[in-house]
Ligand binder design. Structure first.
Ligand SMILES: Nc1nc(=O)c2c([nH]1)NC[C@@H]1CN(c3ccc(C(=O)N[C@@H](CCC(=O)O)C(=O)O)cc3)CN21
Ligand SMILES: O=c1ccn([C@H]2C[C@H](O)[C@@H](COP(=O)(O)O)O2)c(=O)[nH]1
Length: 353
């Protein structure tokens, strides 16, 4: 359950953090470099039970990232106001997350004879300089590259999405906090493949989704007495259970434990499941690496309230996508469903700007 991993970080930060000043003049306790891991098997999503996390806002924000926009109009049109305080009067944030994910700008001035080769790999001529050098430009879709690599050469150790575009930091209203996301694809041994396939099937059955995974569970239950560890690769191939598992990790340079982190871990878990589904993987685990991990001083009271609550044992949230999803642009937050989320009431935390 997600609460335990998250609570360890929150408690360590609260109890052992250094009293620190910060940009917003709020004051924090801060504990550098903390890691936590979240189980994703069976389409699980780490949504906390000890306070309500607005999972709809998480889905809307994720679609906004995937759309590659720098303007928060989409968020506002869909009733999400978490970025309002940072945008300018035109609702612009500068080239933040989505912009870097989908259209990282690469502009260079080159000698004319280099142009034909560069055009072959997607650069376009956008101008000529006084010294006759030619200005060429392309926009890199890092997310599409991630998906393509997972489909074509999944053993690659370079499958990375980064928002930390050093040359553009000064154009951003806030430099990216969740800055670098990496995925690793692994061929699963028979038993692991079976456990993860079975878990997804159980989730599908529980929520009435017909799927190859649900059929696999029915096969295991009727032919193997429920002993999924006896399922063979051959049988799993027949049910089209993916051969590979997906592991993901996020480096977040600055972590607001009470406000940002619950959004960030659940958002990246949903992103991992989505990428897994559209590249024929099963998501296994998400690891969160925090750089400056802090609790603001005006969150201490809310922290005490949250930590005094009992985790809800049967909080077992999962995410379900329509089974036709196969491309990045298929993601639509209204169709992405969270089921099984049980939580204590919302706690209001002031957000430091
Ligand atoms: N101090 C700070 N913390 C953050 O987490 C944060 C920033 N700044 N700046 C940029 C983004 C914006 N993000 C935000 C901003 C506000 C909420 C927020 O108001 N959360 C409320 C619930 C909001 C709702 O239900 O819609 C909360 O209490 O968690 C969450 C994430 C995350 N980021
Ligand atoms: O996704 C996010 C975005 C922001 N945060 C938090 C982390 C910090 O408390 C502030 C950013 O301030 P900096 O001075 O730029 O570090 O926002 C987050 O936790 N998650």
């Amino acid at each position: 359950m997600a609460d335990y991993a998250y609570n360890e970080i929150a408690k360590a930060t609260f109890n052992c953090g250094f009293k620190s000043d910060d940009r917003t003049n709020t004051g924090t306790v801060s504990l550098p470099f903390q890691m936590s891991k979240y189980d994703l098997s069976g389409l699980r999503v780490p949504l906390l039970s000890m306070k309500k996390v607005n999972e709809r806002a998480v889905r809307v924000e994720l679609e906004w990232y995937l759309r590659g926009e720098s303007n928060i109009k989409f968020l506002q049109d869909n009733g999400v106001h978490i970025w309002d305080a940072w945008a300018d009067e035109n609702l612009e944030l500068g080239p933040v997350y989505g912009c870097q994910w989908r259209k990282w700008e690469d502009t260079r001035a080159v000698a004319a004879e280099e142009v034909p080769e560069l055009e072959k790999i997607g650069y376009q001529v956008v101008g000529v300089l006084g010294d006759e050098r030619v200005v060429v430009q392309r926009f890199v879709d890092q997310l599409q590259d991630m998906v393509n690599t997972l489909r074509n050469t999944p053993d690659a150790r370079r499958i990375i999405l980064t928002a930390w575009n050093v040359g553009k930091l000064r154009d951003m209203k806030l430099p990216p906090c969740h800055m670098t996301f990496q995925v690793c694809s692994k061929v699963l041994p028979e038993e692991d493949r079976s456990i993860h396939g079975y878990n997804i099937g159980l989730t599908h059955l529980k929520y009435g989704y017909e799927s190859n995974y649900a059929e696999f569970v029915e096969y295991v239950n009727s032919h193997l007495q429920g002993r999924y560890e006896f399922a063979t690769h051959e049988a799993m191939d027949e049910f089209k259970i993916p051969r590979r598992g997906l592991f993901s990790g996020l480096y977040q340079r600055s972590v607001d434990v009470m406000v940002g982190m619950p959004f960030n871990i659940s958002g990246y878990a949903i992103l991992t499941h989505f990428i897994a589904q559209i590249t024929d993987h099963m998501a296994v685990e998400f690891t969160h690496f925090g750089g400056d991990v802090h609790i603001y001083s005006d969150h201490f009271e809310g922290y005490e309230t949250q930590m005094a609550r009992e985790p809800i044992g049967d909080n077992d949230p999962v995410v379900l996508f329509p089974d036709h999803y196969w491309e990045i642009d298929d993601f639509a937050f209204e169709e992405v469903v969270i089921e099984g989320y049980k939580h204590h009431p919302f706690i209001k935390f002031p957000v430091a700007v």
